[in-house]
Design a binder for this molecule. Structure first.
Ligand code: IPE
Ligand code: IPE
Ligand code: MG
Length: 236
């Protein structure tokens, strides 16, 4: 089982279009599948689930869709946090939250506080998140913390400042919706992650589809630069 699963939930709009529904109907259905995904992770004992909900580029969408997505986010926080808390889920939101309206920022803060003691599943929502933004905010904070240091920075100096510093790097990345790209999601952290792309649209990504992704992951040999033989006999 992967310890950390990171997902780009793509295809909501196409799911709705196929049904002659407005795009937002796809997003509403998408929220249901988030619930199912959380359930699956709890059942399977996956410790970290990170979901890309809104990219820093998604502001470019029609104003109406952006507004509806924000409303859905607010509604989900209002309705789901109690249940997440009862199930031992710790919720975090990563991304540049300063661009969200105060009500949303407040709900996020409260949800994070309320669930801070939970340890069964770490659920992270990436919202107004961009992988490049993440690296740059980390660089800025790293340098500000040691303004007199001239150079010689190490990867390990940067890592504590990245948004996902609390988690191990993702073992498995899933992107639904058929597109085979990272779309500025976790750039630093995906360096050695197993990638899984499926044409299944996010609102159709049910437990059976989840099972297929896990099965694919379990077939992979993670070599991290070593040879196959070294993995069989670790000290060869
Ligand atoms: C993903 O679905 C959800 C968000 C980006 C918020 P899309 O809305 O991108 O769906 P498609 O790609 O248009 O089908
Ligand atoms: C990526 O989906 C971001 C989220 C799922 C939140 P998009 O549908 O916005 O990605 P691109 O722009 O088509 O790559
Ligand atoms: Mg899309």
């Amino acid at each position: 089982m992967p310890r950390h699963l990171a997902v780009i939930m793509d295809g909501n709009g196409r799911w709705a279009k196929k049904r002659f529904l407005p795009r937002v109907a796809g997003h509403v259905k998408g929220v249901e599948l988030v619930r199912e995904m959380v359930r699956n992770c709890l059942e399977q004992g996956i410790q970290y689930l990170t979901l890309f909900a809104f990219s820093s580029e998604n502001w470019r969408r029609p104003q109406e869709e952006v507004t509806l997505l924000m409303q859905l986010f607010v509604k989900a926080l209002e309705q789901e946090v109690e249940k997440l808390d009862r199930n031992g889920v710790r919720l975090r939101v990563i991304g540049d939250l300063s661009r969200f309206e105060p009500r949303l920022q407040e709900l996020i803060g409260k949800a994070q506080e309320q669930t801070a003691g939970n340890t069964r599943l770490d659920l992270t929502i990436a919202a107004n998140y961009g992988g490049r933004w993440d690296i740059m905010q980390a660089v800025n904070r790293m340098v500000a913390a040691q303004p007199d240091k001239r150079g010689g920075w190490q990867e390990s100096d940067l890592e504590p400042y990245l948004s996902m510093s609390f988690a191990p790097e993702p073992d498995l990345f899933i992107r639904t919706g058929g597109e085979e790209r990272i779309s500025n999601f976790l750039l630093w952290q995906l360096a050695y992650t197993e990638l899984y792309f499926t044409s299944t649209l996010w609102p159709d990504f049910d437990s059976a589809e989840f099972g297929k992704a896990i099965a694919s992951f379990q077939q992979r040999e993670r070599r991290f630069g070593r040879t196959s033989e070294q993995l069989v006999k670790p000290h060869a």
